[in-house]
Design a binder for this molecule. Sequence first.
Ligand SMILES: [Fe+2]
Ligand SMILES: [Fe+2]
Length: 168
Amino acid sequence: MHEKSIELLNKAVADELYAVHQYMYFHFHCEDQRYELLAGLFIRTAIEEMGHIELCAERILFLDGEVEMVASAEVKKIHEVKKMLELARKMEENSVKDYNIWANECSANNDAGSRMVFEGLVGDEERHYSQYDDEVVNIEKFGDRYLALQSIEGSKSAAAASAATTAE
Ligand SMILES: [Fe+2]
Ligand SMILES: [Fe+2]
């Protein structure tokens, strides 16, 4: 009955799966470079995107559709922190744009339930956009000092953790 909604919800699942993969990839690399704050931001956001997959999947099943679990893109192997954040910000910007359009499309097809799912996602993606944007702005404003500070904090906590293990 709601074929178009099912198609749009599956497109969202594909984009969210790609976001989970990309943000987890960034999480590993930030952690490796000891940028713990950013590593934490990427993993927390990835977990929220997983929640989005669940919301879309539940709606697809409610509409008697099938959930296609295929990511919309391959992970981009970016290791430079500023470039990671710029890509993540762009991904969120695109999600906000797409979900607004898809909310309207569902509404035009008399499917208020799916419209509400997309509207809920818009709020979260706007918040993600703003978090990534703040980080890009900080790097632009404070340059390498901002990242150096995070790196120092990272090695301090690694040293504290290893001291705690030795003391046990
Ligand atoms: Fe999302
Ligand atoms: Fe997001």
